[in-house]
Design a protein around this ligand. Structure first.
Ligand code: SAH
Ligand code: SF4
Ligand code: F3S
Length: 475
């Protein structure tokens, strides 16, 4: 059973929220405005979801929000540790924050999330960036009110990065990014220990939320106008293994599918080793489950997969993909790929290309292997040079871009229902939304359509998106 944060502890944190509110009222009296907080997220959807909780807590404590650190009274960066470049970005930003803090010493700088949860990282940060006020790890998120009060009142640096197998904290406030789509974490942590990956060390062991709590959260979302739900976990296929009741991920999907008002269900991520026929059947039978699957294969060569501790072979992966395609012919497939894992040879890499060609993914997320201190793969030697790894990476993109474009071209001339996300990021004149299969569609329309389902005829295909024209509003 998971370690739940007690009602008492939550009530204690509420008291700290009240104290923050009082501090912020004083601030209002002096400055004629509420204190502003700038939050940035460097990691995955789970990190984004955590940031939404952080913003929920801060809103309740009387903060407003701003988009730039330059305007902020409080900055909180929710960090990621999965690759070195995610950490480099945060270190770069800390350099910039140093200058801001020099001119405004009252600025409070907070770091949280996976990067700071790593062993010895907090000390490392403090050594170089002694202008950081608050450092708290993934397991301490619920304590933010207390930690923030301590920082403000003591005017001293506060750290809480205790190592832990992890907890579950229900009923934290939340301020969500979107009004029509919502992430719902169904489980936390990871037990898989893929040999390259830091996540299990910074997110603790797998623990599932109870189905009642998940359904309660979704029902509340529906009442507030949300229609698309994305169920989150590092490996959703492990959902329920630690619960007293008998409820696996397929059972949960069916329960969510039965909720009136839910129109679309997505989920991520699935681990191929636990992805099986029961889930495929459930996906095919539940009409609200989107025809989209993210199934990371990481590498095509079976020996490399074994070194990665992925616990499936190339053939087993390909066979699972065939079964999904047979059950859901229009399924859009995506994956994660790592290029240049230690011990990977050029010949091994050909297997990765072969998987791309055989599966025909709609999209891939590709990464150059990044050495993570403390993981087993960090001790392995490289066979390839950096130059060879980069060359392979470029070849991977070349092969995939062609596949992605061809897959998108098959959409041209057809009509699809799109959930409108809002004004397009790249063009203010256009709206942007997604098909059931997760394709981004840009089209002209009134921004009042945001959050609505509309029919769009696809007119043009690009590698990463589609263009279309509005055919019918309010589906
Ligand atoms: N739990 C998810 C993924 C979490 S991390 C899953 O198992 O699918 C997201 C992706 O980052 C991984 O799928 C992997 O492709 C990549 N990744 C993880 N560790 C990495 C490393 N050390 N170097 C490069 N990429 C890495
Ligand atoms: Fe990392 Fe593997 Fe867990 Fe995904 S399943 S988070 S890649 S250890
Ligand atoms: Fe996500 Fe990065 Fe942590 S990918 S779980 S934020 S290490």
């Amino acid at each position: 059973m998971a370690n739940y944060i007690s009602e008492n502890e939550l009530a204690r944190q509420k008291e700290f929220i009240t104290r923050l509110k009082n501090i912020n009222e004083e601030f209002y009296k002096i400055n004629g405005r509420r204190p502003l907080c700038n939050t940035e997220t460097y990691g995955c959807q789970q990190n984004e979801n955590d940031t939404e909780r952080i913003r929920g807590i801060l809103k309740e404590a009387g903060y407003d929000f701003c988009d730039r650190a330059e305007d902020a009274d409080l900055v909180i960066y929710n960090t990621c540790a999965v690759r070195e470049n995610a950490e480099d970005k945060v270190f770069g930003r800390l350099g910039i924050l140093r200058h801001i803090k020099e001119s405004r010493p009252e600025l409070i700088i907070g770091l949280c999330g996976c990067m700071v949860q790593q062993e010895n990282m907090a000390e490392k940060i403090r050594k170089v960036h002694n202008h950081t006020d608050l450092i708290f790890g993934t397991h301490a998120l619920y304590k933010l009110p207390e930690l923030l009060v301590n920082t403000i009142e003591s005017k001293k640096a506060v750290t809480d990065v205790e190592n832990s197998d992890g907890n579950i904290c229900e009923n934290l406030p939340i301020l969500r990014k979107s009004e029509s789509k919502a992430w719902v974490s169904i489980m936390y942590g990871c037990n898989n220990f893929c040999s390259y990956c830091i996540v299990p060390y910074v997110r603790g062991r797998e623990r599932s939320r109870s189905p009642e709590k998940i359904l309660e959260e979704i029902n509340e979302l529906i009442k507030n106008g949300v229609t698309e739900i994305c169920l989150l976990g590092q490996n959703v296929n492990s959902y329920g293994k630690d619960l007293a009741e008998n409820c696996d991920f397929s059972d949960l999907l069916r329960m969510v599918n039965a909720i009136d008002g839910v129109k679309r269900i997505r989920f991520m991520t699935s681990h191929p080793k636990d992805f099986g026929d029961k889930l495929i059947k459930t996906m095919a039978e539940c009409e609200k489950v989107c025809h989209q699957l993210h199934l990371p294969f990481q590498a095509g060569n079976s020996r490399v997969l074994s070194e990665m501790n992925r616990r499936y072979t190339k053939e087993q992966y390909l066979e699972k993909i065939e079964r999904v395609k047979a059950a859901i012919p229009d399924i859009a497939l995506s994956t994660d790929v790592i290029v240049g894992f230690p011990t990977e040879t050029n010949e091994d890499f050909e297997d990765t290309l072969d998987v791309l060609k055989k599966v025909q993914f709609d999209t891939i997320f590709s990464f150059i292997y990044s050495r993570r201190e403390g993981t087993p793969a960090a001790k392995l030697d490289f066979v390839l040079t950096d130059e060879e790894i980069h060359r392979n990476f470029d070849r991977l993109l070349e092969v995939q871009n062609e596949i992605s474009r061809r897959k998108n071209e098959a959409y041209v001339g057809k009509i699809y229902t799109v959930l409108v996300d809002g004004v397009s990021k790249n063009n203010e004149e256009m709206l942007s939304g997604r098909t059931d299969t997760g394709k981004i569609v840009n089209f002209a329309g009134d921004k009042a359509l945001t959050g609505k389902y509309v029919d769009v005829k696809i007119t043009k295909a690009h590698t990463w998106s589609l263009n279309g024209e509005l055919i019918k509003e309010d589906i």
